[in-house]
Design a protein around this ligand. Structure first.
Ligand SMILES: Nc1ncnc2c1ncn2[C@@H]1O[C@H](COP(=O)(O)OP(=O)(O)OP(=O)(O)O)[C@@H](O)[C@H]1O
Length: 411
């Protein structure tokens, strides 16, 4: 007896709408059967599902065919992604819910199984890495992921915790706590300026963009801190599009803002020295201009990293729906404007081929085919290497499942 949503629905819910879905899904070749034998039951609930699923192992070729032709001789396959020990950064982004986390986690597992000590970082304030790896990764620090051959660590940047620390830091020691906290994040230079400009009090309510600033501070740490030296692949599971674009443009914005502050300071300082020289006072210049200049250099480094085609790649993840593809097109245009390198487009959740489509699947397939053809005619997307990933009929959770998904996507 093979597992399908049909059996799941009738066994657990006895819901008619699910039964319709189940009937429709039954007509698919289910890729999930292939990885089911590797899954470890987590509870009696899942083990009863798995006992239904391990019965038949289909040969892989059964579900390799997709509804729309894929550029299989892709210009850049996984071989290119895995080659070299120089560190590479991969950022996976797209519309909410399309499978960014699943794709990012599966890529991380694949890299780690191919000899790369890998770090996967979630910059999405609504993390789902823990769910994806079926492991508790909360706490805002590096956590080892069990399973892959080479070391794989995950980090969920915890903006809520950071915000909370920020709030209490800005209250403690008349504002000096802000500096301690920001020092801890590698943003001490900003804190100096905040202290000087007496902005500490204003930061009781964290400013918009703090999540992105925290993520940037992590990138700075990856670049500069010894702790991260071992990682040859760093993958970012990014937040949905809007957040991510803010993250990518923040270094530019900060660089420009710092430039303006520096100019302003220069003007003020020459006016002040003129006054001071009139009154014969000794000039006592703080070194904060230097610090600002250093901060600016760091922002330039991050900005260059985001644009470096040798070390960085942004992978757009989408699903075959008109709405998701339109958003991906806009994302691609924005990334191009920001000069962020993009080569690949993962189209996730494509219905696997079936010899006998039911009415629901036939409709769905038609819809997906139309959406996929939009990609081919979209000026922002058509030049990207398209990778199709099939929709599977169980949730992708845990390293074995991610390994299975990764082997289908990253080839
Ligand atoms: N190819 C697939 N087949 C079946 N289910 C999938 C597939 N890819 C992802 N999913 C499921 O879709 C859901 C959303 O996936 P995921 O969390 O990876 O998306 P996301 O884009 O990161 O979401 P968010 O924007 O909310 O962070 C999860 O339940 C995941 O297991």
């Amino acid at each position: 007896m093979a597992f399908s949503l049909w059996s799941f629905a009738t066994k657990w819910y006895d819901l008619k709408p699910m039964a319709i879905m189940g009937d429709n899904y039954r007509c698919l070749h289910s890729p999930s059967r292939d990885f089911a034998p590797f899954l470890k039951p987590k509870s009696s609930f899942s083990s009863s599902i798995l006992s239904l699923s391990v019965t038949r192992k289909l040969p892989r070729k059964t579900f390799q065919v997709n509804s729309v032709s894929v550029p299989t001789e892709s210009v850049a396959g996984f071989d290119e992604m895995v080659s070299g020990t120089q560190r590479k950064y991969y950022m996976l982004g797209g519309k909410g819910g399309v499978g960014k986390t699943s794709c990012a986690a599966s890529l991380a597992v694949k890299f780690a199984n191919n000899g790369h000590p890998t770090l996967v970082v979630s910059t999405d304030p609504a993390h789902s890495l823990s769910d994806s790896f079926a492991q508790d990764l909360t706490g805002g620090r590096l956590v080892p992921v069990e399973g892959p051959i080479s070391p794989l660590f995950a980090l969920e940047i915890n903006p809520e915790q950071a915000r909370e620390e920020f709030r209490s830091a800005s209250k403690s020691n008349g504002g000096t706590g802000v500096k301690d906290f920001m020092d801890g994040m590698g943003l001490g230079l900003i804190a100096d300026q905040l202290g000087e400009l007496k902005l500490g009090e204003l930061l009781d309510t964290p400013p918009p963009g703090l999540d992105e600033a925290i993520a940037i501070s992590k990138v700075i740490q990856f670049l500069e801190s010894q702790e991260y030296n071992i990682f040859t692949r760093i993958i970012f599971d990014t937040a949905p599009t809007g957040h991510t674009l803010r993250l990518l443009s923040l270094p530019d914005f900060l660089d420009a803002s710092i430039g303006k502050i520096l100019k302003l300071r220069q003007k003020i300082s020459s006016a002040t020295s003129a006054i001071k020289s009139v009154f014969g006072q000794e000039e006592n210049r703080p070194d904060s201009a230097d610090k600002l200049e250093k901060l600016r250099e760091r922002m330039i480094k991050v900005r260059e990293l985001f644009r470096d085609t040798n070390s960085t790649e942004f992978v757009i993840v989408t699903i075959p729906t008109v709405m998701a593809i339109n958003e991906s097109s806009r994302l691609s245009a924005s990334l191009r404007k920001e000069s962020v390198p993009v080569k690949r487009l993962v189209v996730n959740q494509v219905l696997p081929a079936s010899a006998s489509d039911c009415k629901f699947c036939a409709m769905k397939r038609k819809d997906q085919t139309r959406a996929l053809s939009m990609i081919e005619s979209d000026p922002e997307l058509s030049n990207l290497t398209m990778i199709q990933a099939p929709l599977v009929d169980v949730e992708i959770r845990g390293v074995p499942a991610l390994q299975f998904l990764g082997d289908m996507i990253w080839k």
